[in-house]
Design a protein around this ligand. Structure first.
Ligand code: NAD
Length: 488
């Protein structure tokens, strides 16, 4: 199977003819050859998108007209949900049951933003009867979308849907470790009747295709999801053209358990929060902070549950934890397991490849206890099925530990003390906090992080803000006083 770029409504190879191989994480065998885009391919895609912006119908349609197409895109995704889930499962190593959920969420993203764009108003500021100030929301231009390999199809659509809803033609650069499901987008867009040139797709390596997209002067906005380090490189490059940036970056999110919480549910949430999606999840609850009064018993139960998480072939419906995306990433995660042991953390579950899975990127659900804030495994994003557990005694100590990393994406709090909940909710350094809940998304709410976890928010109208300019018109409806400089 070969994957090409999709530019101006046509499937095309790279101008240079270059390709790269995609590996199947369960076997590490090559199963896909993909066009490797460079600056020339990005230039062609941006030119097609720019033409769609300046001359095409898409930016000029009403929100309702665009919403009709977005709803057809959602239907086209749903009619392929088994295929999308199977591709995603093979390409990323996600368990098939979890890959299915991602295809549903992708369709929902388009339906949701169809609703947002048809219900979103534009503001008017009236100054008595003398002046009317009204805001026009205008699509900002060609949007550059750069996405990571974890839950790729869902995250690509999380950016595509609002960008298209806002009227922006797009150039999407999917992650090179998970290109397969994006390969279905051209036929989906065509079936839905999206005008040619509005959706463009360039595959390729980040430092080549991704960097060229960020550098291109005709792309005024970049929405990026990926590692913090990559985000920093992109910000530096984007400064040359003063681009609008939306940055969804890494995380090391705490899950704080007080002894008055429903400990059974907190345990379920802790296990699911870090081992679902193979632990390759930006909002993973990868640091579990537990009050000392219940610490030992919680650690023992967490270890016992982790040891029973079913690791297996991604396409087996019984599998809970599949294969990590790529051998390089697998080595990185395994290095962290070694580092944790060397740093003196107590390995209480997992830490190695399951004996019955000799090939592929498999790691048992791994739990480190007695992790201290000075350890690298406490501070650094591992992005795999590895959780660190740390005890605390007081609320103040819990807060200090929760805030003791450079990240600030999500946090999870388990307590039944109402006043404590509100105190912590206001002082935890995180863009998002879930209280007595697992990570359930409401697409209207602002999604994003603080500190090294990102800049800006996406979700609901916040996403539309990324892809539109607010253009204010000041209109005098009566004669306003005008100082008469130079008058006789
Ligand atoms: P990554 O930063 O390596 O790559 C992300 C994308 O950027 C890929 O498409 C890659 O090709 C591209 N890229 C790489 N270098 C580039 C450059 N110099 N210029 C332009 N583009 C470049 O990230 P990843 O390893 O694919 O994804 C995992 C990371 O994503 C984790 O840190 C995770 O926390 C983060 N993430 C964050 C969120 C969120 O919403 N905050 C969601 C999912 C993943």
């Amino acid at each position: 199977m070969n994957l090409e770029h999709y530019i101006g409504g046509a499937h095309v190879p790279s101008v240079s003819g270059a390709t790269f191989d995609a590996l199947e994480p369960a076997s590490n065998e090559t199963y896909l050859t993909v066009a490797a885009g460079g600056p020339e391919d990005i230039a062609a895609a941006v030119a097609a998108a720019r033409k769609a912006f300046t001359d095409g119908p898409w930016p000029r349609m009403t929100g309702e007209q665009r919403a009709t197409v977005l709803r057809r895109i959602a239907a086209a995704i749903e009619s392929r949900d088994d295929r999308i889930a199977a591709l995603e499962c093979r390409d990323t190593g996600l368990p098939i049951t979890q890959a299915r959920g991602q295809a549903h969420r992708a369709a929902h993203n388009f339906r949701f933003f169809a609703d947002v764009i048809t219900t979103l108003g534009e503001d008017v500021y009236r100054v008595a009867s003398a002046q009317l100030n009204y805001v026009l929301r205008k699509p900002v231009g060609v949007a550059g979308l750069i996405t990571p390999w974890n839950t790729p199809f869902m995250l690509e659509t999380w950016k595509l849907a609002p960008a298209l809803a806002a009227g922006c033609p797009v150039v999407l650069k999917p992650a090179e470790w998970s290109p397969a499901s994006a390969g279905l987008l051209p036929e989906i867009m065509e079936e839905a009747g999206l005008p040619a040139g509005v959706f463009n797709l360039v595959h390729g390596i980040g430092e080549e295709a991704g960097a060229a997209l960020v550098e291109h002067p005709d792309v005024p906005v970049i929405s990026f999801t990926g590692e913090t380090g990559t985000g920093q490189v992109i910000m530096r490059t984007a400064a040359a053209n003063l681009k609008t940036l939306s940055m969804e970056l890494g995380g090391k999110s705490p899950l704080i358990v007080f002894d008055d919480a429903d400990l059974d549910r907190a345990l379920d949430a802790a296990v699911f929060g870090v081992f679902s999606l193979n632990g390759e999840r930006c909002t993973a609850s990868s640091r579990v902070l537990v009050q000392d009064t219940v610490y030992e018993s919680f650690v023992a139960r967490l270890a016992e549950r982790a040891s029973r998480v079913r690791v297996g072939s991604p396409d087996d419906p019984a599998t809970e934890l599949g294969a990590l995306v790529h051998p390089e990433h697998y080595e990185r995660v395994m290095d962290y397991v070694r580092i944790g042991v060397e740093e003196g953390a107590r390995l209480v579950a997992g830490g190695s490849r399951p004996a019955d899975l000799p090939v592929g990127n498999f790691l048992s659900a791994t739990v480190f206890a007695d992790v201290t804030p000075n350890m690298r495994i406490f501070q650094e994003e591992i992005f795999g099925p590895v959780v660190c557990v740390t005890p605390f005694s007081t609320e103040a100590e819990a807060l200090e530990l929760a805030n003791a990393t450079r990240y600030g994406l999500a946090a999870y709090l388990w307590t039944n003390d109402l006043r404590r909940t509100h105190r912590l909710a206001q002082s935890v350094e995180a863009g998002m906090l879930w209280v007595n809940s697992q990570n359930v998304r409401d697409l209207r709410t602002p999604f994003g992080g603080v500190k090294a976890s990102g800049l800006g928010r996406e979700g609901g109208r916040h996403s539309i803000d990324v892809y539109t300019e607010s253009h204010i018109v000041h209109l005098a409806t009566e004669d306003m006083p005008i100082p008469r400089f130079g008058a006789a």
